[in-house]
Design a binder for this molecule. Structure first.
Ligand code: ARG
Length: 460
């Protein structure tokens, strides 16, 4: 068996082939290659600035690394399993391209601080991308909101009709959730953007490196204070997965509502053909596959968060190979969150239509204006609890008589309480009920218009 080349002469035989496959991460960490090259270029420049290598040597390294980038971008860099991981793959190719000077790239560096650098550079870029996706999702919510300030929809608590609300108000609740998601990522970014480069394997290095310089070249805001912490910290990744999980929670809640709304029982929205699917057996069906998939994909992102927490909880300092297991969950979460945000944005932009006449019917056919009858009496100086009990009674008798509150005669109202006057009908009409909830952050139209204006200025 031929000896593999990566290790020192301490090793006399190559890895067992099955173990080589088991040990390798090249099957998934090639995703990091652009960041690995960028990190190595900064490292090479730092080595020459500090005179650890000559300027000419650094130039050769940088041009070799740039060539690998081109090869990769053109589809001509496809390392196999023997490379073990992206870091070895790049180093090996660099030596092929520039010769012996390539063997200097790994001076004063370890794969431990290298992989930590790569994953931070990757996540930093992806956080910015996801924030963009969030902005587009928010814009889609906002555009429906602008069209539907005065469209009413039943508002629920316990999934029981509670009080009618403005449809825009309902959608803007998701806008606010997404706004928190956006700013949570902003926060995670700060703790992601710290450089571990120069922490070495665990203890720093004997060479006179300049960590501040590589951090500046790579646009990190800070450097890790402690080398052990620098190579073994994955808090930022856990925080990211937590932020990603919350994005999925929010998308999944909206998905659940859309699935309900599209059902015959609710019938609040129609799914357009470009965003709905049919059944292979039941020709009448139109299925909400997009929100169902989003709701379903939420599980894997939660799983990756749990996975990384468990990976970390028992790790002694500093680097342990367990950390190689951080990557697939992070990559999959990034892809899943982006795909789900994109799909939900498309669904909002072109895939659904609110059935406004059905919604108008829905808010008029129930007792969700009962609170407003009580509030009416309170405005005529009846104490709230007394009014509340009275309205409870009238709801009960109306249900028995198969009547809605709007169907009671003025006589019936006045028998209930002499304070009722003819303006009770206006006070309990759905539009009025909604418009009257004009407290800050409430569903009153005036409030909703203001909320839309604030949301718009956030996006600008
Ligand atoms: N592929 C490894 C990882 O993903 C790179 C670091 C390896 N370091 C080590 N000491 N074996 O974590």
């Amino acid at each position: 068996m031929s000896k593999q080349t990566t290790w020192s002469d301490r090793f006399e035989s190559a890895l067992n082939p099955a173990i080589a496959i088991f040990n390798a991460s090249i099957g998934f960490d090639l995703e990091l290659i652009e960041y690995d090259l960028t990190g190595s270029i900064a490292h090479a420049k730092m080595l020459s600035k500090t005179k650890i290598i000559s300027d000419a040597e650094a130039q050769q390294l940088v041009s070799g690394l740039s060539q690998i980038r081109t090869e990769y971008q053109q589809g001509n860099f496809n390392p196999g399993i023997e490379a073990e991981d992206v870091h070895f793959a790049v180093e090996r190719r660099l030596i092929e391209i520039v010769g012996d000077v390539g063997k200097k790239i790994h001076t004063a560096r370890s794969r431990n601080d290298q992989v930590g650098t790569d994953i931070r550079l990757y996540l930093r870029a992806e956080i910015r991308e996801i924030q963009q996706y969030l902005r587009q999702f928010q814009a889609a919510l906002l555009s429906h909101s602008e069209q539907h300030v005065e469209t009413l929809i039943p508002g629920y608590t316990h999934l029981q009709r509670a009080q009618p609300i403005s449809l825009a108000h309902h959608l803007l609740a998701y806008f606010q959730m997404s706004q928190r998601d956006w700013s949570r990522l902003e926060d995670v970014y700060k703790r992601t953007n710290i450089s571990p480069l120069g922490c070495g394997a665990l203890a720093g290095t004997t060479f006179p490196i300049d960590r501040q310089y590589t951090a500046e070249l790579l646009e990190f805001d800070q450097i890790y204070e402690n080398s052990l912490d620098g190579v073994s910290d994955r808090d930022f990744a856990i925080e990211f997965l937590c932020a990603a999980s919350l994005i999925m929670v929010h998308l999944s809640r909206l998905s659940e509502e859309m699935i309900l709304w599209a059902s015959q029982e609710f019938s609040f929205i129609t799914l357009k053909d470009t965003c709905a699917t049919g059944s292979s057996i039941m020709p009448q069906k139109k299925n909400p596959d997009i929100p169902e998939l989003v709701r379903g994909k939420t599980g894997r992102v939660f799983g990756h968060l749990q996975g990384l927490l468990v990976i970390m909880k028992g790790l002694p300092l500093a680097y342990n190979k367990d950390l190689q297991e951080d990557k697939e969950g992070i990559f999959d979460s990034v892809k899943t969150v982006k795909a789900c945000l994109e799909a939900m944005t498309i669904l909002l932009d072109e895939g659904i239509e609110f059935k406004t006449s059905r919604l108008a019917e829905a808010v008029a056919e129930d007792f969700s204006n009962a609170t407003d009858v009580a509030d009416y009496l309170v405005s005529k100086d009846v104490p709230f609890r007394e009014a509340y009990n009275l309205v409870g009674k009238v709801v009960k008798t109306s249900i028995a008589a198969q009547k809605l509150l709007k169907d009671l005669t003025l006589d019936e109202w006045q028998q209930l309480h002499p304070a009722f006057e003819a303006d009770i009908y206006e006070a309990i009409a759905p539009k009025q009920v909604v418009s009257a909830r004009n407290s800050y952050g409430g569903t009153g139209f005036e409030q909703v218009h203001q909320a839309i204006a604030r949301a718009k200025s956030l996006l600008d």
